[in-house]
Design a protein around this ligand. Structure first.
Ligand code: F6R
Length: 247
């Protein structure tokens, strides 16, 4: 299903409140909430609302386990552009989560250690009982996570090569496309699919054409997000601009 909100702020608050509900439901049963998280511009206001709920309304993240979708490769955790830095700045540094419960693909691994790391990442999600909710943005290539065109619907966590358009879109963060890593470690489409709920968010006019393809287009590995059409557990949360080309 597709839900359209007037603006990104209202949509983000709605998503944040769903996440908070999951956390509280689990707390009531003394269980962990296992969340799949995304970086990028899209979820920033979701994280801001979660921080507000923590600071002003006492929402605790002590029972929360997180798995981020992806990380550039190679990437030092301390680098300004790392997804570790992004998550700390936008969420983790402002809430009471136990940092031992935070999982982000490791951009510092030696190439030969990546396959074992990726398998362990998948297994760890499973050991925690799977993701209760995965939140997603969408790239203009149609990627979810960094599953670029050509990704298989049953793909797992792995090292991938970033599309040229994705690197151009990231150029501003890195001070030029040539400084954007050519690779990333990402959860696979198969990994994402195992989440009990998937929420894909998109805002602004520049996402309208890829949202049209993702929601209404023919399913194809050319637009990996079209695979979400196969899932009964996915919801597209859009603002009016991102939804503007839908029929
Ligand atoms: C980020 C991720 C990417 C982004 C996508 C959209 O962890 O996996 O798929 O969600 O590139 O990025 P923004 O939100 O910056 O437009």
């Amino acid at each position: 299903p597709v839900t359209v909100f007037k603006n990104p702020k209202e949509a983000s608050i709605n998503v944040a409140h769903r996440i908070a509900s999951i956390i509280k439901e689990k707390q009531a049963k003394n269980l962990n909430a296992v969340l799949g998280l995304a970086t990028g511009a899209t979820p920033i206001a979701v994280y801001a609302e979660l921080v507000r709920l923590h600071q002003e309304e006492g929402l605790s993240f002590k029972n929360v386990i997180t798995f981020n979708l992806d990380e550039y490769y190679p990437m030092q955790a301390t680098a300004a552009q790392s997804y570790v830095s992004f998550m700390n700045e936008n969420l983790f540094d402002h809430i009471d989560i136990d940092k031992n419960n935070v999982h982000i693909p490791d951009g510092t691994l030696k190439l030969e250690d990546i396959p074992a790391f990726c398998l362990a990442y998948e297994n760890k999600i499973g050991e925690y009982g799977g993701l209760d909710m995965q939140i997603l943005g969408i790239g203009r290539t149609g990627h979810i996570g960094f599953n670029e065109p050509g990704s298989a619907p049953n793909s797992g966590t792995r090292l991938v090569t970033l599309d040229d358009l994705t690197r151009r879109d990231a150029a501003r963060d890195f001070g030029g496309k040539s400084f954007v890593p050519t690779k990333a470690i990402t959860m696979g489409i198969g990994t994402i699919f195992k989440a009990r709920e998937i929420v894909l968010m998109a805002w602004n006019r520049k996402k309208a054409s890829i949202i049209k393809k993702a929601v209404e287009g023919e399913m194809s590995s050319d637009v990996p997000a079209t695979y979400l059409q196969l899932s009964d557990n996915v919801e597209f949360i859009l603002d009016e601009e991102a939804a503007s080309l839908l029929t």
